[in-house]
Design a binder for this molecule. Structure first.
Ligand code: MN
Ligand code: MN
Length: 348
């Protein structure tokens, strides 16, 4: 908006009498945004997990170190216990919570996701200026060329550790501690099929800078992550819940990782009840919940949905739904072992 257009809309007599005042006010109003640098929000996916929160913090830190002072980390939901444990351990403050982009988010960097079904509410894709992630490309489109980095790494935290190195930015003890936690968490202590020798090498390097023993520290992480005794069925379901659209079938796929599936036996029926409620309240066609045993590396895949969705779900995992679920050995990763199978089975 220019001064001219502003004056054109005001009355002639007012313009004659108060023009010096109007000019001053107009100048202040128009000039103020020019002095303030627009904020740059670095944010991860909804139902934030450790990798998504840590990616936001460490990538914003990298940007700051490179002179981009307006970058700051944010989260789009409540922190889980594992993330709180890690931030507390390395004495790093919790990021700001932004759950709605209606009135802000002029410039946004997405970390650990690129699927708009999983991003903060009311975010305009055109406001995304960078993406750093390790998931499949989920229909992201943007009118301009942006920095868009996706690598099939075990964690976004590991990709960011590489970016520190590539830009010759030293990694502090705190940032190293956060990134090693992100990799250990996302790869379930490097056991997940998503992890590679590069992740193992990064863990070794970062753990050294952070001054932690990755085996001992990792065991502590898993203990915190899998301690769900105090959680409600709803808390368990929504703790790590992601939305997907499989060829028009609106879906939610959650996951909980435990050290022993027996701890979930008593809550199984309640989780199924909550899945039905969430399916209706979120207007979904299907809800899948992975009850994953990280010790046995197996998952019980709970299913709620209509008969058509059930058929495609059975096709995806090559079995019949028994007692509301299909059980699979050697299944840990939603990203690698569940989403691609559902995607293929629902393809029309
Ligand atoms: Mn994540
Ligand atoms: Mn991740």
């Amino acid at each position: 908006m220019t001064n001219r257009s502003l004056f054109n809309t005001s009355g002639a007599s007012v313009r004659t009498c108060f023009s010096p005042l109007i000019i001053t006010v107009t100048f202040l109003v128009l000039a103020a945004p020019a002095f303030a640098v627009e904020e740059l929000i670095v944010i991860g996916h909804k139902s934030p997990d450790t990798d998504t929160v840590i990616s936001a913090i460490t990538y914003a830190n990298l940007k700051n170190m490179m002179g981009v002072k307006e970058a700051f980390p944010a989260v789009s939901g409540d922190l889980d216990n594992e993330t709180k444990f890690v931030l507390g351990y390395f004495k790093v403050p919790y990021p700001e919570k932004i759950t709605d982009c209606q009135h802000r988010c002029g410039k946004v960097i997405l970390v650990d996701h690129n699927d708009m079904a999983q991003t903060v509410d009311n975010l305009n894709m055109e406001n995304v200026v960078e993406v750093v992630d390790h998931h499949r490309v989920g229909g992201f489109t943007n009118g301009k060329a942006i920095f868009f980095l996706i690598e099939p790494a075990g964690a976004t935290g590991g990709i960011i550790a590489n970016l520190y190195e590539q830009n010759s930015i030293p990694i502090s003890r705190e940032m190293a501690g956060l990134m090693v936690s992100a990799i250990l968490s996302d790869t379930v202590l490097l056991k997940s099929p998503t992890s590679s020798p590069r992740d193992a090498a990064a863990v070794e390097k970062l753990a050294k800078i952070a001054g932690v023993d990755p085996v001992k520290f990792g065991a502590e992480l898993i203990r915190v992550k899998t301690d769900i005794a105090f959680k409600s069925a709803m808390g368990i379901l929504m703790g790590d819940f992601k939305e997907f659209n499989f060829s028009g079938t609106k879906s939610g796929v959650g996951q909980v990782e435990v050290a022993d599936l027996n701890v979930l036996t008593l809550k199984r029926a309640a989780i199924l009840e909550e899945m039905k409620k969430v399916k209706d309240s979120m207007n979904l066609d299907m809800v899948v919940m992975m009850l994953t045993n990280v010790m046995k590396e197996s998952s019980d895949l709970l299913f709620v949905g209509n008969a058509t969705a059930a058929k495609s779900f059975e096709k995806a995992f090559g079995g019949k739904i028994v007692n509301n679920s299909i059980y699979r050995e050697k299944l840990l990763s939603r990203k690698l072992q569940v989403i691609p199978l559902l995607e293929a089975a629902f393809k029309k």
